[in-house]
Design a protein around this ligand. Structure first.
Ligand code: HEM
Ligand SMILES: *[C@@H]1O[C@H](CO)[C@@H](O)[C@H](O)[C@H]1NC(C)=O
Length: 512
């Protein structure tokens, strides 16, 4: 009797599972792909390491050169026992249909944007009419005066970093990780040119009160914790949680004060905008004020400024780390970039925004690093209704994207596609010579592609020009390690903080 009840339950469970899998297979249009335990888009999928049963978060990198060939398609699916079915595409052709497709029919789902929405509604996370309103005000803030400021502040922060780290007097510097300096650098630039707040390179606050930089760093680092921890957990005596909580509150308070003071400044600025900052935040407040009640409220202003930090800090920092790692391995490319820098910036002149077009070989190094390690690596979209897409450019092989399935654009896959980038693992900056800024694909496709591209490129070109002008960059090898072994060890990608990037990069900088 007992045994038969258990048996019946088991059979029912098995039938339910089989039915679920069959319906999932149908929902992904029987596209080939992973048949696994956990969906790569589920919590367990992300937490557990990449393996045959669990592609996880790192399959995009680890399986980049084989997975699409293996399944015979650049658009594949995942059907799992736990979690929702997902479609992945590493076909630029399919990605463009989704990302440049009808704005009213594709959107970023709530789940995929939980992180970006922590501080309130913003341009990255929103959709449809709300998005249009944010875009109308945020879009124009990204323009020439801000990029000129980015160039200027990059030059300033570079010399503060050299002095602060006592590198100015040194002939040679050996670091185990260049990443922490470049990440701090990118945070400094976002903070100055995004928020209009500058913190000194060396934090000399007395330790009683949390400094702005500390708060900003804690917020970025504690971000996953903040997402995962339930509200009541903050009552527990867990130091880390309380620190993160304090940092959030500190920043929220500072931002509110900042909105108020910018409004006062703008109101009293009768002489025109000459004395007012060109940072994104000031420009946003000014545009929002001009729009009146169709503009953005204070919470939305703050939400947007934080979204710039989310989108612009680690992405730029990781790309810079990857660029230096690759240039350390490719001395010929380093030499080419250096030659251009010496031509464009003779006698120690520092770069300005006007030099940007002439430093295209430096930009190409940054761009090639961003191709190999695209920081914005997975782009999620859902459809509002079933939508017909085509796998092949000749319009054949149609499939229907169901509204119940998320489609993920795999930017690592696209940027390692041998059809688009022959010999994809090779570092070859010349791929980017003469490519229009609007055609740079690692910033995304379509109307929602990166708004901060010029911001990131300006910062990248300026800081690389200064670094390469002053220093010869080499790999910091372990005892007996060859350059190839260093490459194997260091040039590996993964999630670093909130964005995809290269691991710790150990370098030797020798003064030129
Ligand atoms: C190398 C650095 C960067 C990379 C690789 C990068 C990549 C991307 C990508 C791929 C998207 C499209 C996301 C999607 O379609 O789902 C995006 C959007 C965005 N990025 Fe960047 N980004 C970088 C730097 C920045 C910086 C420095 C800022 C701001 C200062 C920024 C602000 C934004 C914003 C606001 C959006 C959303 C645009 C919209 O939805 O209309 N990004 N970025
Ligand atoms: C988006 O797709 C996922 C399936 O991957 C589904 O769970 C979710 O409900 C969809 N979101 C919306 C808002 O339709």
């Amino acid at each position: 009797m007992e045994t038969s009840t258990v048996l019946t339950a088991c059979v029912l469970l098995a039938v339910a599972l089989v039915l679920r899998i069959l319906s999932s297979l149908k929902r992904v249009n029987y596209l080939p792909g992973f048949r696994c335990a956990f969906s790569p888009n589920s919590l367990w999928g992300v937490i557990l390491p990449t393996s045959y049963l669990n592609p996880g978060l790192n399959w995009y990198w680890e399986w980049r050169s084989s997975v699409y060939e293996y399944y015979g398609s650049r658009t594949i699916s995942s059907v799992s026992l736990f979690g929702n079915p997902v479609i992945f595409t590493a076909s630029a052709y399919v990605a463009k249909q989704v990302l440049s497709g009808n704005h009213a029919k594709f959107f970023k789902s709530e789940e995929s944007q939980a992180g970006t929405r922590l501080w309130g509604e913003n341009i990255i996370a929103s959709n449809f009419d709300v998005y249009k309103r944010h875009r109308r005000i945020v879009g124009p803030a990204f323009s020439g005066p801000t990029y000129a400021l980015v160039a200027q502040e990059t030059v300033r922060l570079y010399s503060e970093m050299m002095d602060g780290e006592h590198w100015s007097q040194k002939k040679q510097i050996k670091v185990d990780s260049m990443n922490k300096y470049l990440s701090k650098f990118a945070l400094g630039i976002i903070s100055r040119c995004g928020f209009g707040l500058s913190f000194p390179w060396i934090d000399n606050s007395d330790g009683h009160e949390m400094s702005f930089e500390k708060a900003l760093t804690l917020v970025t680092e504690g971000f996953i914790l903040r997402l995962a921890a339930p509200r009541w957990a903050y009552m527990l005596p867990i130091k880390r949680l309380q620190e993160v909580d304090e940092a959030y509150n500190k920043l929220a308070l500072e931002m509110r004060k900042l909105v108020a003071s910018r409004k006062t400044e703008l109101a009293s600025d009768t002489a025109g905008s000459s004395s007012i900052g060109n940072d994104l935040f000031t420009r946003l407040v000014s545009a929002a004020e001009a729009e009146g009640k169709n503009g953005l409220n204070d919470d939305e202003l703050i939400g947007n400024v934080f979204s710039f930090m989310f989108a612009g800090h680690e992405t730029t920092g990781h790309t810079l780390s990857a660029t230096l790692a690759l240039l350390a391995l490719h001395q010929d490319e380093q030499e080419k970039a250096l030659q251009q820098i010496q031509e464009v910036l003779p006698n120690g002149r520092v770069p300005t925004l006007d030099d940007f077009p002439n430093l295209d070989k430096v930009a190409a190094c940054f761009e090639e690093a961003a191709r190999l390690f695209p920081a914005g690596f997975i782009l999620h979209r859902n459809a509002t209704e079933p939508i017909m897409l085509h796998l092949s450019e000749d319009g054949s092989r149609p499939f229907v994207l169901s509204p119940e399935v998320t489609i993920v654009t795999d930017m690592i896959g696209i940027h390692h596609d041998p059809e688009l980038f022959p010999d994809p693992e090779r570092f070859d900056p010349s791929r980017w010579y003469g490519v229009q800024e609007s055609d740079i694909s690692f910033f995304g496709y379509g109307p929602r592609a990166c708004l901060g591209r010029k911001f990131a490129l300006t910062e990248g070109v300026c800081v690389l020009s200064l670094l390469l002008r002053d220093w010869k960059i080499d790999p910091n090898l372990r005892d007996g390690e060859t350059k190839d072994e260093w490459r194997e060890r260091v040039l590996q990608g993964g999630m670093v903080g909130l964005a995809f990037g290269v691991r710790e990069v150990p370098l030797i900088l020798t003064r030129r």
